[in-house]
Design a protein. Structure first.
Length: 513
């Protein structure tokens, strides 16, 4: 058995059975080893698609997938979506091919400071120096990724082709989230008991779903506190029958307005609200003066356990959780705008859908309209690097083949990683990609005004408009094997969305705004 075979067998034995790949010459032995029925290999036509897909896979499955990337440049192409994954707490195992050790000294064209490129975004970084130790290194890499970290294994050619030891079949323990200290929980309980004025509980991480969400709903019912998330969350379970979470607005002025009356903010697996960007004369921290912040659970702690302990300390374990009622669906007609789009989405969302949201200006202010829709998961971009949604949808669809994925993206964002569509078609994934085609970087126009500029000059404007030439998304979809439709009214959008959800396989809807 060579090193590459030992590596793939170890990955499989450690539970990593999906690999998003964009290979090159240095990974030929790994490719040969991927011919293993226990490993699903998915070709991505750009590394940013591979890393984003691995992010989406982890967000839905909770266990890491692998990526296969080609030396420093291949990894560098994937870094932006690794950044987003890192911020979302997604675990990923990157296998990055490198030249054979003896070849590195000659500075061949693809030689680079690969370790240097990998280090800033990898929580864990190893170089497999010997085929004999590759299995142990691979098992350690998986174990490092499992709790939601970026783990990178550099695979030199000679470690791939050399004679290896046995695969690592016994799992190496991955640490579980820490339980918060009870003293801290008691302090928060005491503060809440004597709190004067409104309390906001801000949830992040795993606390936005499952047991954590249910317990937060109990806390809201018991204490009357309000529940919210930051503007972006890694994954929220929402919709009818679930505890509803408000969303702290994106822009500083409405965020300050939203927060202004709270005297206490309790944070669970997240930090206190911070502005996405800084602006002249505007604060970075958004809490009002005199508001106390109580950290109930840190990002890597068990937020559900913390909420359970808090309910215990308040004697409120048995109360019924606050829940969202089903909203009567309203099928909109006429003009397409953020409200009619959100109503169409709410009416058409199938039970248990996964919504990947990169809708930017088209969807950000109207997400509340889908709170009473059928239960669904919502995935958002935690790292702010656009081009995240179509790759993440790819991974989410592979993680949950029995669920429809709705991927909403601005046209500008879509163009970063449009190659995802080809993988949607090749793998016949149940993904509806909705492109909000306003032919501009609209958010940047708002940000330009937020900086206090009254007028936009022609050169600046040209940097924020993507209309000359007009991008034909239906043609792009056709070229990559995805059926598509263009809609210009709210009712046509609703009908097309519904149709796409009823039929298997991918579909693209270009929404002309
Ligand atoms: C990697 C990266 N490059 C650039 C940006 C800056 N940026 C933020 S939003 C945006 C444009 C988004 O346009 P679009 O997706 O069409 O949404 P719209 O604002 O029109 O709703 C850009 C370029 C970014 N966030 N990430």
């Amino acid at each position: 058995m060579n090193g590459a075979e030992s590596l793939v067998k170890t990955l499989v034995a450690q539970g990593v059975q999906t690999c998003f790949a964009n290979p090159g010459s240095s990974e030929m032995h790994f490719l040969k080893a991927l011919d293993n029925p226990a490993m699903r290999s998915v070709l991505c036509l750009f590394e940013g698609v591979a890393t984003g897909a691995a992010d989406g896979f982890f967000r839905m499955k909770g266990t890491p997938a692998a990526t296969l990337l080609h030396l420093g440049p291949g990894l560098a192409n994937g870094l932006a979506n690794l950044h987003n994954a890192r911020k979302a707490g997604s675990g990923i195992v990157n296998v990055v091919g490198d030249h054979a050790s003896h070849h590195l000294q000659y500075d061949a064209p693809l030689a680079s400071d690969l370790d240097g490129i990998a280090r800033p975004l990898s929580h864990f970084l190893r170089r497999a120096n010997s085929p004999k130790s590759i299995a142990v290194e691979a098992a350690r890499t998986v174990s490092a990724a499992r709790p939601g970290k970026i783990a990178t294994l550099i695979l030199p050619g000679d470690a791939s082709w050399g004679e290896a030891g046995e695969p690592q079949n016994f799992p190496i323990e991955a640490p579980t989230p820490r339980t918060p200290p009870s003293k801290r929980i008691d302090n928060v309980a005491r503060a809440l008991k004597k709190a004067e004025g409104p309390v906001l509980v801000v949830l992040g991480g795993r606390a936005c779903r499952g047991e954590g969400l249910e317990l937060a709903g109990k806390l809201a019912a018991a204490t009357g506190c309000r529940l919210a998330t930051q503007f972006f969350s890694a994954r929220i379970e929402r919709g009818a029958g679930r505890t509803p979470l408000e969303r702290i607005p994106y822009f500083v002025a409405p965020a300050l307005e939203f927060l202004k009356n709270f005297r206490h903010i309790v944070t669970v697996e997240t930090g206190e609200p911070v502005a996405f960007f800084s602006y002249p004369d505007s604060p970075s921290l958004l809490k009002p003066e005199g508001c106390a912040v109580h950290m109930l659970a840190e990002k890597d702690e068990d937020g559900a356990a913390a909420l359970g302990m808090l309910l215990g300390a308040l004697g409120a374990q048995n109360i019924a959780a606050r829940k969202q009622e089903r909203a009567e669906p309203v099928v909109p007609n006429g003009k397409l705008d953020p409200t009619s789009i959100a109503l169409a989405l709410a009416a058409a969302l199938p039970e248990n859908a996964i919504v990947v949201d990169e809708s930017l200006t088209t969807g950000r202010s109207t997400a509340g309209l889908t709170l009473g829709a059928a239960p669904h998961d919502m995935i958002q971009n935690m790292g702010g690097s656009i081009g995240f949604s179509t790759p993440v949808a790819t991974g989410a669809a592979l993680a949950c083949p029995d669920r429809r994925v709705i991927c909403m993206t601005g046209d500008g964002s879509a163009m970063y990683t449009i190659q995802s569509l080809w993988t949607h078609a090749r793998e016949n994934l149940d993904i509806t990609t909705i492109i909000f085609a306003n032919r501009e970087y609209q958010i940047l126009k708002a940000e330009y005004a937020n900086m206090g500029f009254q007028e936009i000059g022609p050169q600046a404007l040209a940097m924020m408009e993507i209309d000359r030439p007009t991008i034909d998304f239906c043609a792009l979809a056709k070229g990559m094997g995805v059926p598509s439709s263009r809609v210009a009214t709210a009712d046509a959008f609703y009908r097309m969305l519904q149709k796409s959800c009823a039929e298997p396989g991918p579909m693209l809807i270009e929404v002309c705004l």
